[in-house]
Every structure is written in C-alpha cells, then in structure tokens.
Design a protein around this ligand. Structure first.
Ligand code: ADP
Length: 173
C-alpha cells in the first residue's frame, strides 16, 4: 500500500508538518497556490523568501509556515509544460524528489503536495499525478526517514476524480 492519499480542498488549511508550494523561480509570490500560501502564511513569509535567492526548476527550499497550520512550507518550482518533449517529466520528478529529500532531512512525518505545474504551468493533471505517485513511491523504497503520510491535494473541480483514478491505476487502492 502506498502512503499516498488524495484529499480535496485548500492546501493552506491542512494541519500537516509541511505543505508544498508550487512557486515560481523568484520565490517572491505569484498567483494560484503560491498566492494563496503567501496570503495565509502572512508577510513574514515574503521577508524570509527574499533571503533565499530564488529556486531553480526541479529544486526545492524550506521555510517555516508562519501563520499556517502547517509547521513548514517546502517551496518548489515545477517545469512549464511545452508538450512533453522538453524534459518536463524528469524535471517534475526531480521537484518531487527534492521536496521529499527536504522532508526527510527535517524528519517531517506528513507532507501535502498541490498538483505542481498543473495550473498556470499547464502540465496535464493525469500525467503529472502519475509522475508524482511514481516518484514518491521510488523515494519511499530508496530512502530512510521519509514522511509516513503524503497527501496529494486536489483543488479544481474534477481534479479529485482524475487523481484518484491515477492512484487506483497504480494499484494503491
Ligand atoms: P503552477 O504554476 O505550478 O502550475 P498553480 O498554482 O498555477 O501552479 O497551480 C498548481 C495547482 O495548484 C493547480 O492544480 C491548482 O488548481 C492548484 N491550487 C490552486 N490553489 C490551491 C489551493 N489553495 N490549494 C490547493 N491547490 C491549489
């Protein structure tokens, strides 16, 4: 059984050790889930992000959660979708690997991911969910100290259905 659950709703409301942010390379806030996280965490988050020096696509950085119920925020930058021929899947997998590595380093037991790259960046949700599940499962087989609970958060209409079907196809449910 994979330690992955699909949950529906606003990631900023989740009481977990860390929520993951689908940020842009500046790490200075933006639209979508990034904007929601900055609004909910409060202005201290932006002040700390300014000192991080940005983040490359496929990489991840960690900050406190400030006013969020989550203790930490893992800021990631996923790939922009260009049709799938420009290494998008490998970059997305790297994003999940880096986030899981930070979670392990900080001994976090529960982590919630939004559908990284599936909004403004245009990555098809089913394909991205498959990459997410396969990468998280690979990390779990290979690494020690990884979170026991991993949530994939469905936000837009019908996303839960799409993501649950991919998880079921992976043999987890
Ligand atoms: P990206 O630029 O990586 O595509 P977006 O923020 O545009 O990032 O979208 C990523 C995903 O986050 C989308 O599937 C979007 O529906 C979802 N999303 C937006 N707001 C929230 C939220 N408050 N909680 C959880 N997921 C969210």
């Amino acid at each position: 059984m994979l330690p992955i659950q699909i949950v529906s709703g606003d990631i900023t409301k989740l009481t977990v050790d860390a929520i993951v942010n689908a940020a842009n390379p500046s790490l200075l806030g933006g639209g979508g889930v990034d904007g929601a996280i900055h609004r909910a965490a409060g202005p201290e988050l932006l002040a700390v992000c300014r000192r991080l020096g940005g983040c490359a696509a496929g990489d991840a950085k960690i900050t406190p959660g400030f006013n969020l119920p989550a203790s930490y925020i893992i800021h990631c930058v996923g790939p922009v979708w260009h049709g799938g021929t420009r290494g998008e899947a490998e970059l997305l997998a790297s994003t999940y690997r880096q986030a899981m590595a930070l979670a392990a380093e900080h001994r976090l037991q529960s982590v919630a991911f939004p559908a990284i790259s599936c909004g403004i960046y245009g990555y098809p949700l089913a394909q991205a969910t498959l990459v997410a599940i396969q990468t998280i499962e690979q990390c779990r087989r290979q690494g020690a100290g990884l979170p026991e609970k991993v949530f994939l958060v469905a936000f837009a209409d019908n996303d839960q259905q799409v993501m649950s079907r991919v998880l079921a196809d992976c043999g987890a449910e």
